[in-house]
Write a protein that binds this ligand. Structure first.
Ligand code: ZN
Length: 199
């Protein structure tokens, strides 16, 4: 079979040959591999990330869906801190913001970071904007996790004066206005997140 590369946004059918494993990093949800070749496991639009060589297929319905699924990445605001968890209201599903379908989630202290977190307030504060992954659903409540580099706080205000905080270290933020320093479980792209994802 000849090597064939797909372009971003091409439409493919279930079972269609997409390329070889040397060429792409296939997505487990929407492709399958046989003898080193990648095939589509559903019909939809291809998305190719040239930089990371990732290939995945998404369907129109999925892009517009408002139901939260296990494994989704969501963005929300910290509502309150408990001793061993935080309450978070989240809105974003698959990078789309749904203000009319706000969900409630919890992040347990053990699910915050790969590193040990002693106190909740070393990782989050009320009003922080956080990117998290959905792990479990219990009726209308979701268990979320922020372990992993790209998950955690993406935007935070100073607890003293309300000024946006600037990243000065792995888990350190500083207020340019009052000089206050705080710690957080930061996402690796803290401070560089598009405005439309912050709302
Ligand atoms: Zn301040």
């Amino acid at each position: 079979m000849s090597k064939k590369s797909y372009k971003d946004k091409d439409i493919v059918l279930t079972g269609q040959y997409l390329g070889v494993v040397e060429e792409f990093l296939p997505d487990k949800q929407s492709t399958f591999i046989k003898d080193g070749k990648i095939f589509a496991s559903k019909t939809g639009m291809i998305s190719v990330n040239d930089k990371e060589r990732k290939i995945e297929i998404s369907t129109h319905q999925e892009k517009d869906r408002k139901i939260v699924k296990i494994g989704d990445t969501v963005i929300g605001t910290i509502l309150f801190l408990r001793q061993y968890s935080v309450g978070i209201s989240f809105y974003t599903i698959n990078k789309k913001i749904h203000f009319n379908s706000s969900c409630f989630g919890n992040i347990h202290v053990s699910q915050i970071s790969d590193r040990y977190v002693e106190k909740i307030r070393d990782a989050f504060q009320i009003t922080d904007i956080v990117r998290a992954r959905v792990q479990e659903q219990n009726f209308n409540e979701f268990k979320l996790s922020t372990t992993g580099k790209h998950l955690g706080v993406i935007y935070a205000d100073c607890v003293i004066c309300g000024n946006p905080l600037t990243k000065i270290g792995y888990n350190k933020l500083q207020c340019d206005r009052c000089g206050n320093q705080e710690t957080r479980k930061l996402a690796s792209d803290y401070g560089n997140v598009a405005n439309n994802l912050r709302f």
